[in-house]
Write a protein that binds this ligand. Structure first.
Ligand code: ZN
Length: 165
């Protein structure tokens, strides 16, 4: 089974609405497009908080206690329901619009967890990148979002070793 899927694409797209490499923050547009309706300032602010706390969870270089309790409060606000079809059951947001988008993100986290793939959603460890990516390596050892970041990081590591020597 290919561990990459709709769920990981959704989460990675959401995380990468952050302003990376001087690009502007595209969260507002992303949320409105997904919601299929205009969103207000409070919705955008809720989206920003969601994204910030999810980043803490993915980066895991600091304490995740506050982030997990925040995300659990969000999960209570944007509930999921089981929808049954011939293929089985799937978790779907109980609400529509922007609340449904938040629900879909929570459903995606749950879906990936059940597939054993949640730990594959990562943040690039190259300094100054911090792009989210889905680690497709066999042993889940990926640290960088792509070959460019991997090359930059190994060049930096090489230079640092030279300095020490
Ligand atoms: Zn990167």
């Amino acid at each position: 089974m290919d561990p990459a899927c709709e769920a990981s694409d959704l989460l990675v797209d959401f995380m990468n609405t952050r302003p990376i490499d001087g690009a502007r923050d595209t969260l507002h547009d992303w949320l409105a497009r997904r919601a299929g309706e205009p969103i207000d300032r409070a919705d955008a602010a809720a989206g920003e908080e969601f994204r910030a706390h999810l980043l803490v969870l993915l980066d895991a270089s600091s304490s995740t206690v506050a982030a997990t309790s925040y995300l659990n409060r969000m999960a209570a606000r944007y509930p999921l329901v089981t929808v049954i079809s011939e293929e089985g059951g799937r978790l779907r947001p109980a609400q529509g619009g922007v609340f449904g988008v938040f629900g879909a993100l929570l459903a995606a986290i749950t879906d990936l967890t059940y597939r054993g793939a949640w730990a594959r959603v990562k943040v690039c460890q190259n300094l100054g990148c911090h792009r989210a990516f889905f680690d497709k390596t066999r042993n889940m050892s990926g640290l960088y979002c792509g070959p460019a970041c991997s090359a930059q990081a190994s060049t930096r590591a090489y230079r640092n070793r030279q300095k020490v020597a």
